[in-house]
Design a protein. Structure first.
Length: 223
């Protein structure tokens, strides 16, 4: 049998899966519009899970393109508050059904130089993750932090475990296929941060339990 590029086959398969999932989500939305109020929570849960699956597939495709050096970020000036509005607009109805309060906070007139679609995808993934652990509140914010614009997601959940907090820098970000939490999301956001550069400065991430609500805080710094 001739040798073949397994990663290319995998990428093509992911692309097909993503297309199928898009069709399924459309059908799901149509069904949800006709369901009773008692069934809406179940549909909202399905929307959340399929949204999470779609986000993972997008991450895998992008990481593949980065790995084969066929991806160049489209960096431009964007209004940070508009980026936050776009991310919040992508959220499904699940947060409301869970009585989660999604808030945003941004310095007026703040500009960031970024690939806005990549940034939105990274922040959306962080919000999806925060929804798993938050009790009542999640805050998405953007502010100037020295030579960087800091995008943070904070919640009022239990916070990061000591094991997670040991991986303090990008150099410790790894994918662990033997763990139920593989670290793919963290790895993806770290990659998005690093492909944003300006002069001698490179984007990076940080996470701690310093949320103003007492839970976890994840911050993405872009130069």
């Amino acid at each position: 049998m001739d040798r073949f590029d397994f990663t290319a086959v995998l990428a093509a398969s992911i692309h097909d899966l993503k297309n199928s999932l898009a069709g399924f989500r459309t059908s799901l939305s149509h069904l949800a519009a006709t369901c009773s109020s008692k069934q809406r929570r179940n549909f909202a849960e399905l929307e959340y899970q399929t949204g999470h699956m779609n986000n993972i597939l997008m991450q895998l495709l992008l990481l593949y393109k980065i790995d084969i050096r066929r991806f160049t970020p489209s960096i431009d000036a964007h209004v940070a508050s508009e980026v936050l509005e776009e991310v919040l607009a992508r959220q499904t109805g699940l947060p409301a059904l869970q009585r989660l309060q999604l808030e945003s906070e941004c310095t007026a007139g703040l500009l960031c130089y970024c690939d806005d679609q990549l940034l939105c995808s990274a922040l959306e993934g962080l919000l999806i993750n925060a929804q798993r652990y938050a009790k009542h509140r999640i805050l998405l914010s953007a502010a100037q932090h020295g030579d960087f614009v800091a995008f943070s997601v904070e919640d009022d959940g239990p916070g990061f475990t000591p094991e997670h907090l040991q991986a303090k820098t990008d150099s410790h970000t790894e994918i662990d296929l033997g763990n139920s939490h593989t670290g793919l999301g963290l790895f993806f956001v770290s990659c998005i941060a690093r492909i944003h550069t300006h002069g001698d400065k490179t984007g990076h991430i940080a996470f701690d339990n310093g949320s103003r609500f007492g839970g976890a805080r994840f911050t993405l710094f872009l130069p």
